[in-house]
Design a protein around this ligand. Structure first.
Ligand code: GLN
Length: 421
């Protein structure tokens, strides 16, 4: 066989310009070294039995062929109902919802549907690592605005955010409650962001997958009542908001410029199902549907049927979920603090971003290797949440969406850190 001379790059510049997911790599490392996995954010406890039962029934009932590209009608109707009681928003199932393969596809499909090459997208940093490849794949230029850890949680400087906006800004990406910092944006912060979006005619992509995971004392501290937002929200459905979550699309003038990205993964503990959805105005939805159709055709049909059931669960489901995660947070954070990690209680989501400078390692990656191999606990190195890796070199992220015994095993191992350094 003669060999042809190779003169062309076989890998596109886009694909070459980002690495594999560090978060998912840490799961492989944890398995290799038998470490307790507090890295990748997925539950290690069973998904709810009734939701699983509905998925099994849907397969038995022959929901096994393609669903409508933009999502099963009953599932979109359930999304409409849930969005009404939880956020007070009226959404049209026919023109404003696209069911996607997880929020991961929702975000990238949304960006590919709206962003032209060279347009800028503002991203708070540290950011969930997917947003960087999302920007590259959709030809957007990311503009990073720092969130800094202060005595009052993770905050941004208003001037820095304002200066990031310009005529070139196409959109801002918000993850609220935030991965990896646990920040929950206040109403004032959201209004400030919304005003900039309106002033510069920018869109807002809002990743809402942790909307049900917001902790108590934040609501108390901010003087919010549990049902503050609920008054005019009730439909035939008598469920009421279970957290003080604020969605960008609720703010004045933002509904028409917001793409809400959400999923079943975190709320119903089914991260492997890959069922998510985008809510966006009709013109944007029809563009998202086209991109989605040619990327994936559609999300798993039987799992959407089970999703119809999941989204109809009573509010007690969400209250229990929040309580369980709050107990896990309240267990693990003091353990981390006592072990020498500098961190505060997160306000939402199920991550703790910690400062590890006191341990004296050169980089977060070196420290993570030590934790996995010598201590037996896997985390995610902070640098994977920053565009400039040096900014994260003193941080690692823990997740606590794990069984109590997993957290207890991690706690026991973490007590040995100081004696091993
Ligand atoms: N969102 C989760 C995390 O940040 C899972 C990421 C993933 O692997 N898709 O850990």
């Amino acid at each position: 066989m003669t060999q042809t001379k190779r003169t062309k790059n076989r890998i596109s510049k886009k694909a070459a310009s980002f690495t594999e997911s560090v978060i998912r790599e840490m799961t492989r490392e944890a398995m290799k070294y038998g470490a307790v996995n507090l890295g990748q954010g997925f539950p290690d406890f069973p998904a709810p039995a009734d939701i699983k039962q509905k998925a099994m029934e849907a397969i038995a009932d022959e929901y096994n062929q393609y669903a409508i590209t933009w999502g099963v009608k009953s599932f979109r109707d359930a999304i409409v109902e849930k969005t009404k009681w939880f956020l007070g928003l009226d959404v049209d199932a026919e023109t404003e919802i696209t069911v996607t393969c997880g929020s991961t596809e929702g975000m990238i499909a949304g960006m590919m549907a709206t962003v032209d090459a060279g347009e800028e997208v503002i991203v708070f940093e540290p950011f969930y690592e997917n947003y960087a490849p999302d920007a590259i794949l959709s030809d957007a230029i990311p503009r990073h605005v720092p969130l800094r850890r202060t005595s009052d949680g993770w905050n941004f400087e208003k001037d820095e955010l304002r200066n990031a906006f310009s005529e070139r800004t196409k959109a801002i990406i918000l993850c609220n409650p935030n991965n990896p910092t646990g920040k929950v944006f206040s109403r004032q912060e959201m209004e400030f962001i919304a005003d900039l979006c309106k002033e510069f005619d920018a869109l807002a992509f809002t990743d809402e997958i942790y909307e049900h995971i917001i902790y108590d004392e934040r609501q108390k501290a901010k003087g919010k009542k549990q049902n503050e937002l609920s008054e005019d929200k009730l439909t035939t459905d008598n469920r009421q908001p279970t957290t003080a979550h604020i969605c960008m699309a609720q703010l004045d003038g933002m509904r028409e410029r917001t793409i809400v990205v959400n999923s079943l993964s975190k709320t119903y503990s089914v991260t492997g199902w890959r069922v998510g959805y985008c809510i966006a105005p009709p013109d944007i939805t029809s563009a998202i549907r086209k991109v989605h159709d040619f990327l994936t055709v559609g999300a798993a049909h039987p799992l959407q049927i089970a999703g119809t059931y999941a989204l109809s669960l009573p509010e007690s489901y969400y209250i229990d979920l929040q309580k369980e995660y709050q107990a896990k947070r309240d267990f693990i954070v003091p353990i981390l603090q006592n072990a020498g990690f500098k961190c505060d209680l997160p306000d939402g989501a199920y991550y703790v971003m910690t400062d590890v400078s006191d341990f004296g390692f050169k980089t977060d990656v070196e420290f993570t290797k030590f934790l996995i191999r010598e201590i037996g606990v896997a985390v995610v190195p902070g640098s994977s949440f920053y565009h400039d890796k040096s900014l994260g070199k003193n941080q690692v992220r823990f997740c606590f969406c794990k069984k109590d015994e997993t957290l207890e095993a991690a706690a026991e191992r973490l007590q040995k850190i100081k004696s091993k350094i």
